[in-house]
Write a protein that binds this ligand. Structure first.
Ligand code: SAM
Length: 230
């Protein structure tokens, strides 16, 4: 991953604070958002599906009958796309009550309530001993103190959520399983590559995307798989 010419941290702060205010300002009944040709519902305080996850969703491979674990599901967009791709079971996790409510509504509206379970879980805490063919994650990209649950969708205090994710993720992955991980060049790509290597995962850049054609910030879809034993 080669960083291009990035927006300054102050510019990213300004942009992300604006998005957090917009998430909070959604009317109590929620609003509809269009994402990759499908409609999703977001209740106030839920992260709106956005360009950041699109390279991941576009490159996601789910074989018929696969089980999928989506960590940090937000409105459930990645999990629901996994359902459309043929997953037999999808478990979607989040810590934000508004996100859980949005994801449950979207699973029902897309007709996947029987396939997709939405669970309140800080990372893998409530997963138990289940293992999955595919794990997907679009976690907060930036190592920055998050003052509330809405900021937690974009900022990761001390990069602790990302660090714990990599320390624990292989326990929940079946042998031969695949992890699809979203990140950005204005996040902490070097830390992600280091954490993945420490977890014994080899990393492949599958796709990139941009916020607008003019923007230098880029979003990444990474494929992580257990490195073969030496
Ligand atoms: C960037 S948003 C992505 C939402 C959705 N997956 C998408 O792509 O639109 C990150 C999500 O991770 C959730 N999150 C942050 N920390 C978490 C944690 N420790 N455990 C579970 N979910 C977490 C946030 O609440 C937020 O919904």
């Amino acid at each position: 991953m080669k960083p291009g010419s990035l927006p300054s941290p102050a510019q990213v702060d300004h942009w992300q604070r604006g998005r957090q205010l917009a998430f909070k300002a959604v009317p109590a009944g929620g609003r509809a958002v269009e994402y990759l040709g499908k409609r999703f519902h977001v209740y106030p305080e839920t992260f709106w599906p956005f360009a950041d996850s699109q390279p991941l969703v576009r490159s996601l491979r789910v074989d018929d009958g696969d089980s999928v674990l989506d960590v940090g599901t937000g409105s459930g967009v990645i999990a629901i796309h996994a359902c459309y791709l043929g997953a037999a079971r999808v478990l979607a996790l989040d810590v934000n009550p508004a996100a859980l409510r949005s994801a449950r509504r979207n699973a029902a509206e897309h007709g996947f309530s029987a396939v997709m379970e939405v669970r309140d879980s800080d990372l893998f805490e409530q997963v138990g001993d289940e293992q999955f063919d595919v794990i997907t994650a679009n976690l907060p990209f930036r190592d920055k103190a998050a003052p509330d649950v809405v900021a937690r969708s974009q900022w990761d205090t001390g990069f602790r959520t990302n660090t714990r994710f990599f320390q624990q993720v292989t326990r929940y992955l079946k042998p031969g399983g695949r992890i699809y991980f979203a990140h950005a060049n204005f996040g902490a790509p070097d830390a992600v590559l280091r954490l993945a290597a420490e977890a014994g995962l080899r990393c492949e850049l599958l796709a990139t995307g941009v916020r607008t054609p003019q923007a230098a910030d880029q979003f990444y879809a990474l494929l992580l798989q257990r490195a073969p034993a030496k």
